[in-house]
Each structure stands twice: as C-alpha cells, then as structure tokens.
Design a protein around this ligand. Structure first.
Ligand code: AMP
Length: 465
C-alpha cells in the first residue's frame, strides 16, 4: 500500500474537488504510480486490470495536462481533440467517458464517447462541436475519420485501454490505421491486463522509452466472496442453474458463459421458465446491450447472462451473485469474473458449475488463487410436485365421459400442458383438478446428481466469442 494522498499528486483544484466529491481519499496503487509519471510526460506501459482504479490513473493526469487548454468559448476551433482514448468495447467506452465527465465537471474541458452499433449521425454534430477528450472504439472512430467529422492532428496524448482485449478482438489493423493519422509528437499510455508477446510487440511499436509499471495482480480473491464449486455433468447444468437462481441469495445474478450461443440459449430457456433473464454478448446490437444492462442495473432483469468480452466494463455495485455456467479456460478471467460481486464491503457468492472436462481449468484457477474452492454438496431435491397425467384419449376423439369442450371446468385439466415454467413449482390443485375422474400422480423431482447419465450427454458445440 502507499501513503500518498491525492493532495500529494499536485492536481489542479478543479480536479481535486471532483475527486473529493466522488469520495476517494487515497489513490490506488496504480494511480499512485502512474499519475506522477504521466504528469512528467513519460510514455507508459501499465499492467493493470479493471477494478484497480486504472481509469482514474490515466484520466486524472490527462485532465491536469489539458487544463491550460480548457476554454469556455463555444467555438469548435477552441476545442480540438487533444486526448484520444481507444477502448475495445462499447460498455468500456461508456464507462471511461463517464469517468472523464465526472473528474472534468468543474473544468471547461469537454469529452465525448463514440462507438459503433448506433446511428453515426447522432454522434457527428457533437463531434463537430469540438471536444478535447475523445473516447472511442476503433471501428467507429475510423468511420468518423472517413466522414471527416473529426480531426486528429492536435492529439497530444493517446491511451490504449485494455490493449490485450483490443488485440484479442482483432483491432490491430484498425489501430495501425489510426496511429498513422496521429501527430508523431505525443505521449502514449498503454494499459493491459496481460503482457503477451503480441502486446510487447505493439508496445515496442508505438511507445517511446516507456516506463513499465505493474500493480500486483489482484489474483487474490476478496474475502467477502464465498466461492463454491458444483461438480456436475454438462446435461445437469441448466437444472442446477435454475435451482440456484430460485435460492434466496440469487435476487440478482450475473451468469457467465464461454460463448455467445450458450448465453443466448440459457437466456431463452430461463425466460421460458419464468425468470426475468436476458443475455449480452457481441452479436447483440448496441441498443439491445444497453437496454439489457440498464434493465439489469435497475433490477427489472434479475439474471444477466454474459460472455467475458461483453461483460467488460460492466460495473454494478451490490451484485449478490456471480455464477460461472462454464468456468473460463484462462484462470485470470475467473478472478475477474468473481470480482463483480462482494464489492464495496458487501458480501457476495461466486458459484461455478464444473463439468468433468473443465476440471483441468479448475485446477489452474486454484493454483492461481492459491486455495482450494469448496466443493458444494448436491442441492436437495426440490419440493414434491403434483402433476396431472395427460389423458391421451382426449388428444384424439373426445369420449362421452370426458367431453373436452365441456364448459364444466373439471374437464380442462388433462389438456393443460406440462411445461417447464411450472414443472418445478409446488403444484396447487385448482378447482378444475379436483375431480375424481382425473388421475393425479405425485412425483418427486430428482436432485440433479441423480438424473441418469443418459440425459447428460448434451455437448456444447459452439464457437468461441
Ligand atoms: P477501474 O479499475 O478504473 O475500472 O475502477 C474500479 C473501481 O474503483 C471504480 O468503481 C472506481 O470508481 C473505483 N475507484 C477508482 N479510484 C478509486 C480510489 N482512489 N479510491 C476508491 N475507489 C476508486
């Protein structure tokens, strides 16, 4: 830990005031290290992931350096783009720009966020109006460059945030095109959670004599998060998930899957079962993703199924539960995923459903976090349910003693479909079922561990995101 306070960082009073208003008193380690270096004008290669306070680590010194250019003039010419922040996803773009706005609110510095998936025409007038700080996803920025709605010849600071994700998502060609359009004389900051060879190559290409800082990777998981693993077959996962979501701890849950297809499939199935569920992933339109996120944040949607990429930048306080429907093959992603719960002093649950083929990843995770995750006992059987037996005879020809179209209510019962939504709910016989002719069968739903292997063969065969 460090003993530096924000006062020691020599930030302008306008910026300090905004920081104080957010309630932060002490810089995080990445902030304490990065801010002085950026203020000195160094290029920076910073190893830090979401949750470390990395956004303020570049935004605060960026604002400080741009303060001399702040102008109250309405003229666009007085507000050229001076700092460009490139990010891989729309969610992160929105989040970063919201931070910029928060910290810049007592200055005349302007900021804007542009990302794809929304009508470009809605962004153009704002861009033409002039902004000092532009946060953008690479593809949409290139669109604006082509349409000549933005000039980048005054950029003096470039930030590549989550550079590793940008490379993962195939943004390298776009990045190169953008970098070629920037003034040679500029300060460059690169933030990345990992230091792959590709990242090192990228940094050697565009950073000049960079200072390297790396905050201790937060591979330690929070003590506020209770972690559990259920060892289950693939085919058991959905039933177990539904059972967990019905529990008291799961008032709101973020469910992670590896692939977009799985995320969509689970969301659809849960919706059919009566859950307020939705999915976010790269195939959804920007509008759909924003709507799903807003609905989740407001509590209208209680189960959000997300892929790692789509969940980047998703920042929800007080999230009680994270469920790994599939555990990630990269152990660091596990730490990142479960860090979404148990924030700000709150308690959280992180549950992982691990099938036999995933146990090797579980071992990697446990090695990384240096502890063995508790293996949970199979859940007890859900309450006995009473299900009416369908009378096949009524599907065909109505019999005289069971007139299907009768207006007397008791005959309607055997036509009632037995579907998933109420399969696991205690069955409350209504008036229409209390007739002596209608046979009833009392069944106990088996715990998932007792479902015969025959039903566990479903194999996910989806492409990775
Ligand atoms: P980031 O890594 O930038 O996504 O930030 C993670 C979280 O830490 C965000 O919710 C920030 O608002 C919060 N945060 C950033 N800086 C500080 C600080 N100095 N003290 C407390 N919280 C902070």
């Amino acid at each position: 830990m460090n003993n530096i306070s924000f006062l020691d960082l020599k930030l302008a009073p306008e910026i300090l005031r905004a920081v104080t208003e957010t309630g932060y008193t002490t810089p995080t380690p990445i902030q304490a290290q990065a801010i002085p270096l950026v203020l000195e004008g160094c290029d920076l290669m910073a190893g830090a992931q979401t949750g470390t306070g990395k956004t303020a680590a570049f935004v605060l010194p960026m604002l400080q350096k741009l303060m001399p250019f702040a102008s109250a003039s309405p003229s666009p010419a007085r507000h050229p783009v001076r700092a460009l922040v490139l990010v891989p996803t729309r969610e992160l773009a929105i989040q970063v720009e919201a931070s910029v706005k928060t910290y810049a609110k007592h200055s005349h510095l302007r900021s804007l966020v542009v990302f794809g998936g929304v009508d470009i025409k809605t962004q153009t007038p704002h861009l033409r109006g002039g902004v000092e700080i532009l946060v953008a996803t690479p593809g949409r920025l290139l669109d604006h460059i082509e349409q000549k709605s933005v000039q980048l010849n005054q950029v003096q600071m470039l930030v590549l945030d989550e550079a590793d994700r940008m490379l993962d998502m195939g943004f390298m060609p776009d990045l190169k095109r953008i970098l070629a359009l920037l003034p040679k004389q500029r300060q460059n900051l690169m933030f990345s959670a990992t230091f792959s060879n590709e990242i090192k190559r990228l940094s050697s290409e565009f950073l000049v004599d960079p200072k390297l800082i790396e905050v201790a990777r937060s591979n330690a998981t929070s003590a506020n998060v209770t972690q559990k693993v259920y060892l289950v077959g693939h085919g058991e996962k959905h039933d177990l998930l539904a059972q967990l979501l019905r529990g008291d701890d799961a008032k709101q849950a973020l469910v992670f899957t590896k692939t977009k297809l799985t995320a969509s499939r689970i969301a659809r199935q849960l919706q059919r079962e009566g859950f307020a569920a939705d999915a976010i992933h790269g195939d959804k339109s920007q509008l759909e993703r924003m709507q799903a996120l807003d609905a989740f944040k407001s509590g209208k949607v209680t189960v959000l199924i997300a892929t790692d990429v789509a969940a980047r930048g998703l920042d929800i306080d007080q999230l009680p539960m994270v469920i790994n429907y599939e555990i990630p093959s990269a152990a660091e992603d596990y730490v990142h995923r479960i860090g979404r719960t148990g924030r700000a002093g709150a308690f959280g649950n992180a549950i992982s459903l691990v099938s036999p083929d995933e146990e090797k990843y579980l071992a990697e995770i446990e090695k990384l976090i240096k502890c063995q995750i508790e293996r949970a006992e199979p859940l007890p059987p859900v309450k006995p349910v009473v299900r009416p037996v369908e009378r096949p005879v009524e599907r065909h020809a109505p019999r005289a003693d069971y007139p299907v179209r009768s207006h007397t209510p008791h005959h309607s019962v055997s036509k009632r479909p037995v579907h998933d939504a109420w399969f696991n709910k205690p069955y409350e016989p209504s008036v229409s079922t209390q007739v002596k002719e209608t046979p009833l069968v009392v069944q106990s739903v088996k715990p998932v561990s007792q479902i015969p292997a025959l039903f566990m063969r479903r194999k996910p065969a989806e492409s990775n995101e």
